[in-house]
Design a protein around this ligand. Structure first.
Ligand SMILES: NC(=O)c1ccc[n+]([C@@H]2O[C@H](COP(=O)([O-])OP(=O)(O)OC[C@H]3O[C@@H](n4cnc5c(N)ncnc54)[C@H](O)[C@@H]3O)[C@@H](O)[C@H]2O)c1
Length: 379
């Protein structure tokens, strides 16, 4: 028996809580199958929690997250009953800020790593129809998004003379330290990979707007400096607007992509389309000491609570979390469990008979819980 491993679960709101329940079922299964002992601690959080308790998670949650071996996050954010967007706290932050952005900052989870891999059998949902647009062998890349600064540091304000919002500012902070460590991690990641599908070249693409923004000019300079340490990896620079079209028309060219926080936030949602959409896309928030793993989707209020969303992004996030912890602690059973879960997802997609609406359309859709059952039967 290996462990115990302390795992904090942050289910959050709506779809977040729903997919977390499915991930918990998978955790129970791998614990049994691989002789792993998990101490699970579930911390309620998010917009609905705020509406009830006036804070977005219980007191002491910061400490519990800092003490965990692994953190799994569903998603947070819930529509305000007043109809004015997501529930917001008194300080103006979204209710759910603490578990997501707060954890990223406090635990220094500086790398947001988003693997984009297309599994055999995924039909892309385009204009309401499922069709295979990209070939699985052409989509296999990983994004590294800087996770602690940029426009998301919260250094902005709204000026409200006579109580009417007139001027808003958001300050973009880009530092050498944060840029350098995410870029170096990108090159190290490329070194371990097979290279881009199109030519087998190990390549890191920096996505920037260095023709306009000073933060991006500095990011590109640092990129060139770090690239010199990795002569076996090809450095590549793309301007973000052009990159969005190449990503879709030529995904086979990309291997590792590194970018600043907000560009990364946006382009990875686009990249998720290549792998079948939000229901398949995993986000790993990783630092030197801590790791928090999540689906990149949100709480999907119109779909939540109906047992119909795709649980694979959350279950895939769990697999990435187990793999990260296994490598960190040198525990083979954790790594084996991770591979088994990922393999099970891949098999279920390929079999194609038990999949949610986002992958097969409404008429052939299976419930979320049936997809998890199919995964469990293969783990
Ligand atoms: N990390 C987080 O916690 C996080 C991330 C993104 C959004 N949010 C929050 O979620 C709330 C809703 O945001 P949104 O509607 O813009 O984004 P969303 O990701 O919740 O939903 C957008 C669309 O993606 C699809 N989708 C999402 N999850 C899916 C799944 N598991 N399976 C299949 N399809 C899925 C649905 O079509 C959905 O309408 C907001 O309050 C937002 O702030 C939270």
């Amino acid at each position: 028996m290996s462990g115990p491993f302390q795992i904090v679960l942050l289910p959050g709101d709506g779809a977040g809580a729903e997919v977390m329940h499915q991930a918990r079922r998978v955790l129970d299964r791998v614990a049994e199958a691989y002789g792993l002992q998990f101490d699970l601690e579930e911390i309620p959080c998010g917009g609905q929690y705020y509406l009830q308790y006036g804070r977005d998670w219980p007191e002491g949650s910061e400490r519990r997250c800092a003490a965990a071996d692994l953190i799994l996050l569903g998603a947070v954010g819930w529509p305000d009953p007043d109809g004015g967007g997501p529930v917001t706290m008194k300080d103006g932050k979204m209710a759910g800020w603490n578990p997501v952005i707060g954890n990223r900052l406090r635990l220094d989870l500086y790398a947001n790593i988003r693997p984009i891999k297309l599994y055999d059998g995924v039909g892309h949902r385009i204009s309401g129809r499922q069709q295979q647009v990209w070939r699985p062998e052409n989509v296999d890349m990983v994004f590294l998004r800087e996770n602690t600064e940029d426009l998301y540091v919260g250094a902005g304000t709204i000026l409200r003379p006579a109580n009417i919002a007139q001027v808003a500012t958001d300050t973009r902070i880009i530092t050498r330290r944060a840029s350098e460590r995410i870029i170096r991690l990108a090159f190290q990641t490329a070194n371990r990979r097979q290279g881009a599908p199109t030519d087998g070249k190990k390549r890191v693409t920096a996505v920037v707007k260095n023709n306009v923004l000073d933060g991006c000019r500095m990011f590109t300079e640092i990129f060139a400096e770090v690239a010199r340490e990795f002569p076996e990896v090809e450095p590549d620079v793309a301007i973000v607007d052009a990159f969005t079209q190449w990503l879709i028309t030529e995904p086979e060219r990309y291997d590792v992509v590194v970018t600043t926080n907000m560009f990364g936030d946006i382009v990875t949602d686009l990249a998720s389309v290549l792998q079948g959409g939000m229901g398949m896309a995993v986000g790993c928030n990783v630092g030197d000491q801590h790791g928090m793993f999540e689906p990149i989707h949100g709480t999907a209020p119109p779909f939540a609570g109906q047992d119909k969303l795709n649980p694979m992004a959350m279950i895939g996030a769990l697999a990435e979390g187990l793999r990260w912890l296994g490598a960190r602690r040198q525990v083979r059973e954790l790594s084996a469990a991770a591979s088994a879960v990922e393999g099970a997802i891949r098999d279920v997609v390929k079999a194609g008979d038990v999949l949610t609406f986002d992958l097969v359309g409404k008429d052939r859709a299976a419930p979320m819980s049936a997809v998890t059952d199919a995964i469990l039967s293969r783990v």
